[in-house]
Ligand binder design. Structure first.
Ligand code: FES
Length: 137
């Protein structure tokens, strides 16, 4: 099922939203023009993963050369485990992965039968011509 998180214009870069859908908390992050959605539960000991700082992957492609990634890793605030926000892949091989979700920007009008607005129990028959951030959870 897909859920509307916000209008694109109301979701500035370098911010995050915490949404609750189907009994789960999901953090939705905008890093530059990229979006990520991660469950707010760390696979290590259940910490609030989406309250953590963001970090960049650092990779060395050759001796003396270091490349910095795009800030798409999240660091759990409890014990510092890190995860890729797109794939959920842990920093340390063999550790359990974080749960991630598809997230996209979609242009309206949106069909109320197709999308669930987050935080609302009732759905009204309206259409809005705009761009929206949508999570597939
Ligand atoms: S609970 Fe997240 S690192 Fe331990």
């Amino acid at each position: 099922m897909r859920f509307v998180v916000a209008r694109l214009a109301d979701f500035p870069a370098e911010t995050r939203r915490l949404i609750r859908v189907g009994g789960r908390e999901i953090g939705v992050f905008r890093v530059g023009d990229r979006f990520y959605a991660v469950r707010n539960r760390c696979p290590h000991q259940g910490g609030p993963l989406c309250e953590g700082n963001l970090a960049s992957r650092v990779a060395s492609t050759s001796l003396g050369r270091v490349e910095l990634g795009d800030g798409s890793r999240i660091v759990c605030p409890w014990h510092g485990w890190q995860y890729d926000m797109e794939t959920g892949e842990p920093h340390a091989p063999g550790d359990p992965a974080a749960r991630t979700y598809g997230v996209a920007v979609e242009r309206g009008p949106l069909s109320p039968a197709e999308l669930e607005p987050v935080g609302h129990a009732e759905i009204f028959d309206v259409t809005v011509e705009d761009e929206f951030v949508v999570v597939d959870a």
